[in-house]
Design a protein around this ligand. Structure first.
Ligand SMILES: [Zn+2]
Ligand SMILES: [Zn+2]
Length: 200
């Protein structure tokens, strides 16, 4: 991360008016276990993002995707444990209001998960995220190319060995180096590092 100095201490909801206008359930779910009064208080305190309506496709304003409902919002909460983006409606569904009730993180299964809300992302933050996304995409494409080449080599090798020893290829389990296993980066935290270290 660079030194994105946003100097303002605690990012807050745009305005209290915003908090009040967007404290009602959006209708994304037919029922919400939290009372509207309690949610309004959480929004006013900046504990959770306002209940903005989500958009099916990203727009100029709604650019952050909730990883549960896959709708786009102007700003989102993120899980404390693994930093995944989640909208307030989805969070309220997953975490009931009972004090003694705790839920595992829907993404990484950390027990008693919680979220934090840091307000809208800065343009610098968005730029960094875009760059990171592009980097992961390039690494993924390179790994896929390498994987194809490897499979071609492997089938050629199989062809050659099978002409001399016909049963060889059947006995041998197919070996794929760990570095070539293609997992989305979020499922494999070291994927990007591992891949970029091995891509030639
Ligand atoms: Zn959601
Ligand atoms: Zn998590």
């Amino acid at each position: 991360m660079g030194n994105a100095t946003s100097r303002s201490g605690k990012p807050r909801v745009q305005s209290d008016l915003d908090a009040l206008s967007f404290s009602k359930a959006t209708g994304l779910y037919p029922y919400c276990p939290w009372s509207e009064r309690l949610v309004r208080r959480l929004i006013l305190r900046g504990r959770v993002a306002p209940r903005y309506p989500g958009a099916d496709e990203p727009t100029e304003v709604q650019r952050d995707e909730c990883l549960i409902c896959f709708l786009y919002y102007p700003m989102l909460n993120s899980t404390v444990c693994c930093g995944k983006q989640i909208c307030t409606e989805c969070f309220l569904q997953i975490r009931p209001p009972k004090l003694h009730h705790s839920e595992d993180c829907p993404f990484c299964k950390t027990p008693s998960f919680d979220i934090s809300f840091k307000g809208p992302k800065s343009s610098e933050q968005r730029r960094m995220e875009e760059l990171e996304e592009q980097r992961v995409m390039r690494a993924w494409e390179a790994a896929q190319r390498q994987n194809c080449e490897h499979e071609e080599d492997h089938s050629l090798l199989n062809l050659m060995t099978s002409t001399s020893k016909p049963t060889q290829s059947l006995k041998e389990p197919r070996q794929i180096p760990v570095t070539n296993v293609l997992l989305p980066p979020e499922l494999h935290p070291v994927t990007f590092e591992t891949l970029s270290g091995h891509v030639h």
